[in-house]
Design a protein around this ligand. Structure first.
Ligand SMILES: [Zn+2]
Length: 282
């Protein structure tokens, strides 16, 4: 639906939309254990592992996760080349090296970061996660990796529990609205850039902080979410950073609202890129 909307409204042209290859097993194994990869590829998940995943297991789902990881790799490579790249999907930030949970089997963004590290394409990555749920998989995977700084702004009183510490966690109260949210995001970005100088920013821009979301308890408006995206992209642009985006969660009562929020993220990224080009070529 996001792709169709982007094309119908000429926000993107067909040539802007690239089809990724699925990630290779070598790519996946830089993040996930051999045991977990074998289990998901061969349908050997236990009942409790299936329950934790919270989505029906199928071979189609496995192919989808490998493709999502390939999409985040491609988005990251586009970001390094063109300034930004967007996976119109992905953002499966609840996947851990040895298990999946919360709809996430494979951590596509972590796979992309590990791939860029392996290719020596960059050394320092910042992950900014604004999904309403804390990025527990991201925090666990990159704990102790001095090359990756992880930031998560999320509703404190929500899944996951426990929350393994990110490098910077902002725990938000139930019902937090636009103004307070944007103020705390701005401070979190300033704090992060004060402590860490990345070469690329991975933005996990969940649609679920929206006040009409069924799984979230924050109170952001559609406009507030647009301002959130614009703030992240503007801070990246000021520092000349490449930005790779993944969409993550979104469960609005009306699916059209979730699509609109994701489309708005693409528009904000494009506007930031255009501003960068016009500044470079006055
Ligand atoms: Zn979420």
């Amino acid at each position: 639906m996001v792709r169709d909307f982007l094309l119908a409204e000429h926000i993107a042209e067909p040539a802007d939309i690239l089809a990724p290859e699925p990630a290779t097993d070598e790519d996946i194994l830089r993040v996930h254990t051999r045991e977990w990869v074998d289990k998901v590829q061969h349908g050997k998940l236990s009942a409790s592992e299936r329950m934790l995943l919270e989505i029906p297991y199928s071979q189609a789902a496995v192919r989808g996760f490998w493709l999502a990881a390939g999409g985040s790799i491609l988005a990251a490579q586009c970001a390094l080349k063109d300034g930004f790249g967007i996976n119109i999907g992905g953002g499966f930030h609840h996947a851990f090296p040895g298990h999946g949970e919360g709809f996430c089997m494979i951590h596509d963004v972590a796979v992309a970061i590990r791939r860029l590290q392996a290719d020596a394409a960059m050394r320092k990555a910042l992950v900014v996660d604004t999904d309403v749920h804390q990025g527990n998989g991201t925090a666990a995977i990159f704990a102790g990796d001095a090359g990756v700084f992880t930031v998560s702004l999320h509703q404190e009183n929500n899944y996951p529990e426990p929350k393994p510490p990110s490098d910077l966690d902002v725990n938000l109260d139930d019902g937090t609205g636009d103004e307070e949210y944007l103020d705390l995001l701005s401070k979190a970005l300033a704090d992060s850039f004060g402590r860490f100088a990345p070469e690329i920013l991975f933005y996990i821009g969940g649609a679920d902080p929206y006040r009409e979301d069924q799984l979230g308890g924050l109170w952001l408006s559609m406009r507030g979410l647009q301002e959130r995206d614009a703030l992240v992209f503007a801070e990246a642009r000021r520092r000349g950073l490449a930005v790779a985006v993944a969409f993550a969660g979104g469960y609005a009562r009306k699916v059209e609202d979730t699509v609109r929020i994701h489309v708005n993220t693409v528009i904000a990224a494009r506007e930031a890129a255009a501003a960068r080009v016009s500044r470079a070529n006055p």
